[in-house]
Design a protein around this ligand. Structure first.
Ligand code: TRP
Length: 506
């Protein structure tokens, strides 16, 4: 991609952006959060949030990028020069995500191997295998290291292009396997009805609570890669011919469809194993982060040797999807370091990642109970901080900045050229509905979270972390930020060859 206006067709743009949004968030995150927050009610709220916040947020972010044809910091500064910190947040969020995304990537890699070693075991044996892995004092750390190391290696070696080409073929394959697993899971017979009741039919709002609503909102931001500058970057590659609103709707639909499919693959099977084989909910992973890593191996395992091979292939596909995601996340941080500290690309790729590794290793071990922070496992901790605090705050700032900072006419005319009414609706939503909704959900979410587990340490801890982030943002903004500074838009950094939008996010 040499210059801007990189996307000639809107189909190309939609597919590239959707490819970027689909990842572990859809396949691991959505089913896990659904399972942990009462099922159907969560799904309902998720869909509402995707409509009310996701589509508006994505349209606005893409427009902010398109308007400036620049990286997130510059783009936000072009609205108002005082709010560059919003762009800086979009570097800190990816960094935090790396610290736990790599851990999950490591788990996914393990799935490739364990699909083979699980062949012939019974269901209890399969889930015991995962528990042993989690409790192991070094294996999860090793997998995390391998996963993140691979991503850094790819970036340093400059072979992103090759990985992306491969993933364009492999991702449709992942879709097909997921579809297959979903159909198989729905045909398991006994237990399927209970699974569907839990997943989509019987909404239990008590089990959801405000905490669950906040989790649904966070999941929308994470899954659609919003509130972190990614979609601003994508928007900056678009030209006149791209209809932003339509694209946002299509990307959201694809993203949500994949997430829903993952749920259909997992829940009927989880309930089937619980009912037929008498496995406890905890052993299929229901309610916890390991849901995908526990239930899907049981599904593959029930098919014997063939299932083992299919399972290995599935986890390989998911690993590749996760690697392309983490490569994009590392790329955001790397480009920022190159610009900010004027160091070489190799150093900029390695230095921050040493820090990320130093954080992600305790995170990987904390899942087995080796490292916890005041009773919290670190994965949940980072997940919560990014999803329910930082991303919503950033998304809110961008919506308000764009809604009030850009001339109303200009804003409204550009969202859907030829249909200003759509622009008017989005502008209204961005100014009033979306920010208010984010604020209410975030506040009630944090409040109910705190009041459910009155854990003052956790509160103090969170406060510390937020203060640290605020300080980091302040500190970084003290270092003079040039106009072409930082971020995600390789165009501006003079890496002609690298500046493919597909590099920006996966
Ligand atoms: N949306 C991706 C997923 O669903 C994860 C993700 C979040 C991401 N933020 C990102 C990927 C930034 C690349 C860049 O898994």
């Amino acid at each position: 991609m040499k210059k801007h206006n990189g996307f000639a067709s809107s189909l190309g743009f939609v597919l590239a952006s959707a490819g970027s949004a689909v990842g572990l968030g859809n396949i691991w995150g959505f089913p896990y959060k659904t399972g942990a927050n009462g099922g159907a009610a969560f799904v309902l709220v998720y869909i509402l949030m995707a409509l009310l916040l996701g589509i508006v947020g994505m349209t606005v972010e893409m427009y902010v990028g398109k308007r400036a044809q620049a990286n997130p910091v510059t783009a936000v500064k072009k609205i108002n020069s005082k709010i560059g910190f919003v762009g800086l947040l979009s570097v800190i969020v990816p960094f935090f995500i790396i610290c736990y995304y790599s851990v999950l990537g490591g788990y996914t890699m393990r799935g490739i191997v364990s699909s083979f070693t699980d062949i012939g075991k019974d269901a209890a044996g399969v889930s015991a295998g995962l528990s042993d892995f989690m409790a192991n004092p070094w294996l999860p750390a090793l997998c995390t290291f391998l996963f993140l190391g691979l991503a850094v290696f790819i970036i340093m070696g400059g072979v992103q292009k090759g990985i992306e080409k491969a993933s364009k073929v492999l991702m449709p394959l992942l879709f097909i396997i997921l579809l297959g697993v979903m159909i198989y899971s729905l045909c398991l017979g006994e237990g399927v009805k209970a699974g569907l009741d839990f997943y989509i039919l019987k909404a239990d709002f008590k089990a959801l609570g405000f905490k669950g609503v906040a989790a649904a909102m966070g999941q929308v931001f994470f899954s659609m890669s919003l509130g972190m500058g990614i979609m601003i970057t994508y928007g900056s590659y678009t030209g006149k011919e791209i209809n932003l609103f339509k694209s946002a709707v299509q990307i959201s639909l694809i993203d949500t469809a994949i997430a829903l499919m993952a749920g259909f693959a997992i829940f009927p099977a989880a309930f089937h194993f619980m009912e037929v084989e008498g496995i406890a909910a905890s052993e299929v992973g229901l309610g916890g982060f390991a849901l995908m890593f526990m239930t899907l191996p049981l599904v593959f395992n029930s098919l014997g040797t063939v299932g083992g091979i299919i399972g290995a292939f599935f986890f390989l596909m998911v690993t590749i999807a996760a690697i392309t995601s983490v490569v994009s996340l590392v790329e955001v941080v790397t480009q920022f370091f190159i610009q900010k500290f004027r160091i070489s690309r190799k150093r900029a790729a390695v230095l921050p990642m040493i820090l990320a590794l130093a954080i992600s290793i305790p995170v990987s071990l904390s899942l087995g109970g080796h490292f916890t922070l005041f009773g919290f496992d670190l994965l949940t901790f980072f997940d919560e901080i990014t999803n329910t605090v930082l991303m919503p705050v950033t998304a809110l700032c961008v919506c308000v900045a764009a809604g009030f900072g850009i001339k109303r006419r200009e804003f409204e005319d550009n969202i859907y050229v030829g249909k200003p009414i759509v622009g008017r609706i989005i502008s209204f939503m961005a100014r009033f509905v979306t920010p208010l909704l984010i604020l209410v959900v975030a506040i009630f979410g944090i409040y109910s979270n705190v009041s459910v587990n009155v854990n003052y340490f956790a509160v103090i801890n969170t406060a510390f972390l937020l203060a640290a982030v605020a300080f980091a943002v302040y500190f970084l903004s003290l270092v003079r930020v040039g106009d072409t500074d930082t971020g995600c838009n390789a165009d501006e950094l003079g890496y002609e060859g690298d500046a493919d939008p597909a590099d920006a996010a996966e």
